[in-house]
Design a protein around this ligand. Structure first.
Ligand code: DGY
Length: 340
């Protein structure tokens, strides 16, 4: 796909500036960036796939100046960094950076950028969708509606009410706050737990009440929404003890990272009805092995890590990633730079 040419398919003419070399994986197939975006990228960069890089390491290693890390690929390790002496920036898609070793990047003097804000609206929308779908049993309802022998019994097809219920948001960052804005429109009572309390204006705009202790939030919420970043502090934040603090009628919704929850403890809590239901956009691993108990439970909904998966958002993400690379290579302030 790439013969180290510029957008017109020709080697740059003498005197014409060579496009900066950017390492990218997954430019084709179902994991790839969109074809029209690829055109956009090719106008700005000389794209080198991982395969091409490995085949022509000697020629390419000094030329590559940026990595376009689309959905955690290529995997960046010490060996790769060592082989790229002129690498200036890793531009990573999405908000989460738990797939990267920040200390390693900083040791190699490589900058990092992500796309933190553009994903928030869609991810909050998905949190809402999971909460509603779980509470109103949409997946089961669909299965019942399309079953060949279906019969409708209005009296025994019951979910739980979302409006007026208490939503506990764990992690009141950009996504958490957007969740609160949506939940307000659903007339929910909103509790939140966060490292730092939001200011009074922000709290009162959405009617959110701060719980300094996560335990208070867990005990009072009908829906617990996880919207924290995965860090050593939030790793398995929700375990057996926390699940037991939740109401037996409560639902756990996870739109952050699978590892924020002790998944074995969650399976057990759902099996034993310690909590009512789970709605998960994230698990570990992803996807789960096909025989995993979470895939067989009636009270669990799982989506395939699609928080930011709308066409519009993914397009903005791709563009922002390219802009961060251009800025870094031009020595300009890098939009969405992650401090290392
Ligand atoms: O962090 C994000 O933005 C998504 O989960 C994809 O990595």
């Amino acid at each position: 796909s790439n013969d180290h040419t510029n957008e017109r398919g020709a080697q740059p003419a003498r005197g014409e500036q060579e496009l900066p070399y950017v390492l990218i994986d997954c430019i084709e197939g179902k994991h790839g960036v969109y074809m029209d975006h690829l055109e956009y990228l090719k106008k700005r960069f000389c794209l080198i796939t991982m395969k091409e890089y490995l085949e022509n390491k000697k020629i390419l290693s000094e030329k590559i100046r940026a990595i376009y890390m689309w959905y955690h690929k290529p995997v960046i390790d010490e060996e790769l960094l060592q082989s790229l002496p002129n690498l200036k920036i890793v531009s990573s898609s999405g908000v989460g950076i738990d797939h990267l070793d920040l200390k390693l990047l900083s040791r190699f003097g490589v900058k990092l950028s992500n796309t933190p804000f553009v994903v928030s609206t869609d991810t909050a929308d998905l949190g809402m969708a999971l909460m509603l779908a779980s509470a109103r049993r949409l997946v089961e309802g669909y299965q019942m509606a399309v079953a060949p022998d279906t019969e409708y019994f209005p009296a025994n097809w019951l979910g739980v009410e979302v409006s007026g219920a208490t939503l506990g948001i764990v992690g009141m960052g950009t996504i958490g706050y957007k969740m609160a804005q949506r939940a307000k429109a659903f007339e929910m009572k909103i509790l939140y737990h966060n490292r730092n309390q939001r200011n009074k204006e922000e709290e009162s705009a959405v009617g959110a009440v701060y719980c300094k202790k996560i335990d208070d939030l867990l005990q009072q919420s009908d829906f617990v929404m996880l919207a924290v970043t995965l860090t050593p502090q939030t790793h398995k934040l929700i375990g057996k003890r926390e699940l037991e603090l939740m109401k037996p009628t409560a639902t756990l919704i996870n739109i952050s990272r699978g590892l924020v929850v002790d998944q074995d403890a969650l399976v057990e809590a759902l099996q034993k009805k310690v909590i009512k239901a789970g709605a998960l956009d994230v698990t570990y691993p992803e996807p789960l092995p096909r025989d995993h108990p979470l895939l067989k439970m009636q009270n669990v909904i799982i989506t395939p890590h699609i928080g930011s998966a709308t066409e519009d958002t993914r397009r903005v993400m791709m563009r922002e990633m390219a802009e961060s690379i251009e800025a870094a290579l031009a020595g300009l302030p890098v939009p969405n730079e992650v401090p290392l």
